[in-house]
Structures are given as C-alpha cells and as structure tokens.
Design a protein around this ligand. Sequence first.
Ligand SMILES: Nc1ncnc2c1ncn2[C@@H]1O[C@H](COP(=O)(O)OP(=O)(O)OP(=O)(O)O)[C@@H](O)[C@H]1O
Ligand SMILES: [Mg+2]
Length: 511
Amino acid sequence: MSNVIEMKEITKIFPGVVANDKVNFSLEKGEIHVLLGENGAGKTTLMNILYGLYQPTSGEIFVNGEKSAIKSPTTAIKLGIGMVHQHFMLVQPFTIAENIVLGNEPAKAGGLRIDMKTAVDNVQKISDEFGLAVDPNIKIQDISVGMQQRVEILKALYRGAEVLILDEPTAVLTPQEIDELGDILKNLTKEGKSIILITHKLKEVMSMSDRITVIRRGVVVETLKTSDTDADSLAELMVGRKVKLTSDRTEKQAGSVILSVKNLKVKDSRKLDAIKDVSFEVKAGEILAIAGVDGNGQRELVEALNGLRKIESGEVMISGIDTTHFHTKDINEIGVGHIPEDRQKRGLVMDYTLAENMILGYHKKEPFSKNGIMNYPEVHKHGKKLIAEFDIRTPSENVLAKSLSGGNQQKVIIAREFYIDPQLLIAAQPTRGLDVGSIEFVHKRLLEQRENNKAVLLISLELDEVLGLADRIAVIYQGKIVGVLDAKDATERKLGIMMAGGQLEEGVKPS
Ligand SMILES: Nc1ncnc2c1ncn2[C@@H]1O[C@H](COP(=O)(O)OP(=O)(O)OP(=O)(O)O)[C@@H](O)[C@H]1O
Ligand SMILES: [Mg+2]
C-alpha cells in the first residue's frame, strides 16, 4: 500500500504549549485512519496543519510522495485534501447545490451568471456516485444536522478531495445517522478515497476504522491496526490508566419536588409549536433524563426552563418559586446551574480568559467583586483551583477561551456550573466532545449531585449515558413526552422504539 499522506516529525508550538511534538503520521490510500487522544492531545492542531490552517513550527509533509508546503486551505484543496469541520460553514437560506458550488461556480458561456443547472447536475452526480442521497434543490435551513454534514462532505468531494479529514463528525449525529455515516465512509474508501477521522467514541473507532494512531500530550503513543485491539485497551492507551466505562449507581429514595413543569407550551424560532403541553417533575436526589432524537424540542425546552425563550403557556416551578416568566439571571439566583448544548454560543465568551469565563454570572458577587470593583487576585485563584480540579489542559488561567481545545472548553463550563453546587442542574449534552477519561469524571460528578440530594435534569442523545445515569427516563418526540420509564425497566431497544414515535404495550406511564 502506498501512503497518500506522510507527516514527518511535525512540531507545533503555541505560547506555553507544545501541541504536537515530533509527530509521525501516515495515511494509506483507501484506509480509514482514526486519530485518538485525550482532550487537548493535539489532534485538531495536527489536522489544521495538514489542511493549511496552521504552519508547523518544524517538520515536513509529503503528499503522494512529494514534499509539499501547505500554506493555506487553498493549497490543501489543490493537493486533494478536504476537511469537514465540526461547526459547519453553510449558508442557511441557500440551497444545497448553491452551497456546494459557492466560490467554485460553473459560469455560463460568455457571461458572469452562474449556470445553476450544470451545478445541480454535477452535485447530483457526485451524490449518486458515493451514495450520499442528497437532493441539491433543498435549502440548508430545511435539512437535519446529519444531512448538513453530508453536504460538507459533498462540498469537499466536489472540489476534488482524495483525502478527507473529519473532526468529530459524529458528536452531533443520532445513532442512525452515525451508522449511515459509517456506510458512506466505507463507500468512499471503496472508490479509492482515504479518510482521517477524529472521534472520542470507541465503539465507532472499532467499527469504522482500519488503523488508529493514539496521541497523548502532543506525542504519538502508538499506531496500531484496529483488528489488533479493543475498546478497553484503547481507553487505557489514550489516558494512561484504566478507565471505567460504566458508572456505579446506588439505590436511593428521591426527595421533594425541585422542578415542576406543568402544561408547558413553547414555540421555536420559526414560531412553530416546539413544546406541546409538556408536564414532568424532577425531585431532589434524582436524575431525570430526557431522551430523544435531536430536534424534537429538547433545545426549546432547555431554553424555556432557563429563561432564554418565552413560555407561551403553562407553569414552571423551581424549589417552590414560580419562575415561568423569570429572567435567566433570576433563575440562576435561586440555584440553577445550566450546561448549555452550544458551548460557543451560550456557554463561553470566547474572547474572555478562562479565569473570567469561570466566574460568568457570579462576577458581581463576593469574593470575586466587592462594591463594584473586581477582586482579580480572587478571580485568578479561583481559575487556578478549577483548572486543577477539573484537569483542564491549558498553560494558564490567563489564556483566552477560544484557544482551548474543544473538549477543554466544555470542561470550563462544567467546572463553573458544578462549582455553584446548584439545587437544580440542567445539563444538556454535558459530555459532548469529551474524552473517555473526562466522561468518567463528569458522570461521577453528576451522580454526586444526586447523592447530595440535588436534582439533575439530563438532556442527552447518548443512550448509554441516559441508561447509565438516570433514575427515570422521559422520552420526547415531536415536542411531547410520549412516556416516562423507570431506569430499571428501560432498555436501549425500548427507548429506541419510543424515540421513533412508536408505542410500547407495557411499563409506560403516559405523562
Ligand atoms: N490557536 C491556538 N492558540 C493557542 N493554543 C492553542 C491553539 N489551538 C490549540 N491550542 C492548544 O494546543 C493544544 C492541543 O489542542 P487541540 O485543539 O489540537 O486538541 P484536541 O486533541 O483536538 O482536543 P479535543 O479532543 O478537546 O478537541 C491544547 O493545549 C490547546 O490549548
Ligand atoms: Mg479537537
């Protein structure tokens, strides 16, 4: 087999961090090669170098055996390297075809007008060739996240990508979409494409890849064949210690009602009914999980409970206080923590330092400020403490949030929201983008909240997580709770049926 990509002795130094340390990495033609490693290990950095977004401090890159200086993504694309980022860069009101040809339009003979018909035909052809099942005429705003991702893949193929880099593509997909992506990637390799995949989900690593390179703190630990390893060994290789992939839950009696939601109605951003007459309760010492396929109202529900979205009718009570029409700030005041789904939009101010981000929402309180004056020594002390406690990989608390790795950004939010020890914690996709070691840690902390008689509302697309942590599981489908299961009666299969809108005969209490 020949190597389409060879990265030799790649080093990348950021202020205070060696993100890649003499990394050797090669990609064979037609393989799916996973890059695996802890949060902050240097995976995204290495791929940003290959795609020309960063220049290495030292080291060489060979593309099809030829030494290449990849000065920018334009060069990368010319060399046949395409990258699908985690945050999609699509224009919402444009059609799929328009997005794909954007910046690369076939011009009508003699004129500057775009030949849309040729564009649509070309896009359709590539879609058919690789089994992507994309309709070029639909607008981006009307398609699911999974479909948007396919559009990004198509866009790279349209530009002639032979090598495709995917950075955590499955973090936002449903289990079914993940299977479909697996099939698509296999198809692509059959047609001779080569793929580099970054993912933290060991199940996918095992089912999708041919080879795996494990990186720890910027250094390659090992490159191995997938058929020669298993999930447990990979977890250990990556973190450097044994990791428990399942959590311990003790028997526990739930206490008084902390969150009570009655007949809640909420609209989405397009003014359509997103939450339709939903009622449920979360008690002290209990974790209630909301399970469901993405886009069934979870986002609107969480925003409504946190005062970020208007409640049309119904009632929300938290610790006996009617918060239905409260502002976010006042909801925080009564001891509600919120881990938002979109960490870059809702969770962090990307241009603030870590220390500042860690007191967001509490910055006007003692000890962080007094009589309107910030107490910076305290703010820094607090930042340092949380960085150590939550094992956030960063040179210091003075670093801007935007320069942290994705998983470490997530850990900053988690640290801040746990720190206030909330009566009620609303955790939306709390472990998205985290490595196995960090997931283990966050799960332990969520169970501790329960142990300490706090209430937790967990919103998660990960059925393993839901089944491992929750006392009760409410399934949401098209804006309604279609059933609430006791965790001990729940199985992945039962939940799957309910999440798809199907009915179970027994064991389901309609809400
Ligand atoms: N633009 C930047 N400026 C400064 N430091 C950076 C920058 N980009 C990355 N880093 C640092 O480089 C290190 C590696 O980050 P990288 O994003 O490559 O990690 P990762 O392996 O992709 O982690 P994750 O799984 O959390 O996404 C981290 O310590 C990060 O803080
Ligand atoms: Mg990353």
